[in-house]
Design a protein around this ligand. Structure first.
Ligand SMILES: [Zn+2]
Length: 55
């Protein structure tokens, strides 16, 4: 099963048991992608977590 990377439009391999909200990494561009819908499988760029400065 594959999904399309919204960043580079490359194919991202997705495991069959993938969960909503799971974070995947595009093998082509290295973008972090969040699973936003399962049917059809759609990926969106995950907000990149900057360094956590704490409280
Ligand atoms: Zn990509």
């Amino acid at each position: 099963m594959n999904a399309q990377c919204p960043e580079c439009e490359g194919e991202v391999p997705v495991e069959s048991g993938v969960l909503l909200g799971e974070i995947l990494v595009c093998p082509d561009c290295g973008a972090e992608l969040e699973v936003t819908t399962l049917s059809p499988l759609t990926l969106a760029l995950a907000p990149r977590e900057e360094e956590d400065w704490g409280e």
